[in-house]
Design a binder for this molecule. Structure first.
Ligand code: ARG
Ligand code: ZN
Ligand code: CA
Length: 233
């Protein structure tokens, strides 16, 4: 097998005062990614849900390879990859690039799926949702969710109605996203939604798991010929 797959990370901080995102904030984000993708996060599944045994160690670690701060007065970067054009990714075939900037429009973050253009490969996070910042999206799980997309995961509801698959067998179908912090069980199709999955839209404190199926889907792209195989050789 591939063992624990380590992903080296470059972080581009683009703000009027780029020092406003501190090294401590960066480190808190790295710690959350490492905990969530190894299933060592402390807010583990409470007993009493049918998913209590489904939380898995996805087998990824993340190492900080460099932080680049750019003072830039632009206050709203949008979701059209403009920040990536201004500050291009560094060796995206071997490193995950993260841009931290003001996206605007209430957007927490966005990601590119594997197999896309190298010039836009990576994830973008709003600084208010990067690392431990407080608030309902303040535990760094926007990054966990976006890295899930970067590693080929779809939303838990498949971005469609009950019959729309997310291409993962052990995540139940859901009719749409869940928000907030739902009381278990919250059922939109035939069985309880996995609202506590990182790939739903619930609050940071209320999402805390990937499944084996998601783990296998993420790791498949690192096999020979896979879309991110270049990262591990
Ligand atoms: N809406 C964003 C997306 O679809 C991120 C959602 C993150 N959710 C969270 N609890 N931090 O990519
Ligand atoms: Zn998403
Ligand atoms: Ca599924």
């Amino acid at each position: 097998g591939l063992g624990i797959i380590n992903i080296p990370v470059y972080i581009h901080i683009v703000y009027p005062n780029a020092n406003s995102i501190s090294d401590a904030q960066v480190n808190s984000q790295m710690a959350t990614l490492n905990a969530d993708f190894r299933d060592t996060n402390v807010d583990q599944l409470p007993s009493g849900t049918t998913f209590a045994n489904d939380a898995t160690d996805a087998g990824f670690s993340f190492s900080l390879a460099g932080v680049f701060r750019h003072n830039d007065p632009k206050s709203s970067w949008g979701t059209n990859d403009a920040v990536k054009a201004a500050y291009p990714p560094i060796t995206p075939s071997t490193h995950m690039n993260i841009w931290v900037c003001e996206i605007g429009g209430g957007i927490l973050g966005y990601a590119q799926f594997p197999g896309g253009k190298e010039s836009t490969d990576g994830i973008v996070l709003g600084g208010d949702f990067f690392g431990n910042t407080g608030g309902v999206y303040g535990l760094g799980r926007t990054a966990t969710h976006e890295v899930g997309h970067y590693l080929n995961l779809r939303h838990i509801w498949g971005d469609g109605r009950c019959r729309q698959d997310d291409f993962v067998a052990d995540t139940p179908n859901a009719d749409s996203s869940n928000g907030g912090c739902p009381t278990f069980p919250s059922t939109s199709c035939k069985s309880a939604d996995m609202t506590m999955n990182y790939m739903d839209y619930t609050y940071d404190a209320c999402m805390y798991m990937f499944t084996d199926g998601q783990r296998n889907r993420m790791r498949a792209i690192f096999q020979p010929g896979g879309a991110r195989a270049s990262m591990i050789n």
